[in-house]
Design a protein around this ligand. Structure first.
Ligand code: FAD
Length: 392
């Protein structure tokens, strides 16, 4: 272990959407931040690249420079058959490419004053009570706080005892050149194929010069993902062999009850396992958890609080209700896909979807965070007990 140890106010492990936006917020407020990422940017990340308007609204700056296409309509289809389109006057999702989006967000952090080190793989996070430590190949850094933003396969979650859970998800995707997939009707529209993948769905997302084809579902469904993607492609008239950049990645769904914060270490984004269980989207949750963890970090540095307890509470309060509703919607889609489709296809379904992805409150659910957590747990237990042991 090398001898020299550096000290920062905040050390952030990982420079994806969660880490870079937390860094941006902290450095903008004058905090001395070190951000370490094992990759050299621009780097890609398996992802559909769809940022909901709700997610974009979390950010203190615009994503316009890296938006490929604005989506204003969604097609829901049931098992490659029945289909319905909801079209809207305003955008619902901003389509980006992760290589460009993440490089842009990291540049924003660096411009704000974050000391960014790329190609710096962190091996271990040690959650000492007052000055947690980050160790990597050839470096050690101490922080008054450490934010673990190293995604699904990082090392930070282990520092707090978090790991994969049975209801984790996996997604697999690739890109079709627009000339292979010229269907005009998909300009400005994204498609969800429901009832096609256990624990998930298939999607087609429009990008300016290509369309992103993907499937996602339960983690144990991983070995079947190629078959599911092949089927999605053939249902839309292309061969899976024509897709480029095929890749898959885990989406941790640890839920709000799992350890996301110790005294001076907090997990944000996928490291915290807070992605939406229904859609698999995680960027809204990455931006939200980054904002809340940054605010709690400021309170620790100012001496107003001693730990990340408020972060835990506020994250549960901000995303707990949504997460509970998503788990129940997932349960319905799993058990009764035709009913789930009927709701999604209805006028009310279209309205609820619009409000949800834009972050406008359509229905007020008077649930306390504790009630939301209990309701979420009940859906998860039902879903998981419904899984056949042989398929695990
Ligand atoms: C196929 C697929 C499609 C998806 N589509 C969407 C979508 O359309 N919209 C959406 O909102 N969400 C989508 N998601 C989820 C979304 O990709 C994640 O929720 C999001 O990337 C989480 O951001 P993050 O910053 O927490 O983690 P990441 O984006 O994974 O960033 C983590 C960073 O940490 C770095 N890192 C990891 N380990 C270490 C280490 N040991 N040392 C140093 N650095 C490390 C990595 O290099 C990386 O840069 C999708 C996921 C998958 C798998």
């Amino acid at each position: 272990m090398p001898g020299s140890v550096e000290h920062f106010d905040a050390v952030i492990v990982g420079g994806g959407p969660a880490g870079s936006t937390a860094g941006y917020r902290l450095a903008s407020a004058g905090v001395r931040v070190l951000l370490l990422d094992r990759a050299v940017f621009p780097r890609d990340k398996p992802c559909g690249g769809g940022v909901t308007v709700r997610g974009a609204r979390q950010l203190p700056f615009s994503l316009d420079p890296v938006v490929d296409e604005e989506v204003t309509a969604i097609d829901f289809r049931l098992r490659y058959g029945l289909a319905v389109r909801h079209a809207y006057d305003e955008p619902i999702v901003l389509m980006t490419r992760r290589s460009r989006l993440d490089a842009y967000l990291l540049d924003k952090a660096a411009e704000a004053g974050v000391e960014v080190r790329q190609g710096a793989r962190v091996r271990e996070v040690l959650p000492h009570p007052t000055t947690p430590e980050v160790r990597g190949d050839g470096f050690r850094a101490l922080g008054t706080v450490v934010l673990g933003a190293d995604g699904a396969n990082g090392v930070s979650a282990a520092a707090l005892g978090g790991g994969p859970v049975p209801w984790d998800a996996i997604a697999y995707e690739g890109n079709a050149d627009r000339s292979l997939y010229p269907a005009k009707e998909f300009d400005g529209s994204m498609l969800f194929e429901v009832g096609t993948v256990p624990g998930g769905y298939g999607w087609i997302f429009p990008k300016s010069d290509h369309a992103n084809f993907g499937v996602g579902g339960w983690f144990h469904e991983g070995p079947q993902m190629k078959t599911h993607l092949r089927r999605l492609c053939s249902a839309h008239g292309i061969s899976m062999d024509d897709l480029t950049g095929l890749r898959g990645y885990r989406i941790p769904l640890r839920g709000t009850g799992s350890p996301i914060a110790g005294r001076r270490v907090a997990l944000i984004g996928d490291a915290a396992g807070v992605a939406d269980p229904l859609s698999g989207d995680g960027m809204f949750e990455a931006f939200t958890s980054a904002r809340l963890a940054a605010e709690n970090t400021m309170a620790i540095l100012d001496g107003r609080v001693r730990d990340f307890a408020a972060y835990r509470r506020r994250l549960r309060a901000e995303i707990g209700r949504h997460s509970a509703v998503s788990w129940w919607a997932k349960l319905i889609l799993e058990r009764r896909p035709a009913l789930g489709y009927k709701v999604a296809a209805s006028r009310l379904g279209g309205k609820l979807f619009y409000g949800d992805v834009r972050g406008d409150r359509v229905v007020h659910l008077p649930l306390s965070p504790r009630m939301a957590e209990a309701i979420e747990g009940a859906a998860r237990r039902r879903l998981f007990s419904a899984e056949a042991p042989s398929s695990r």
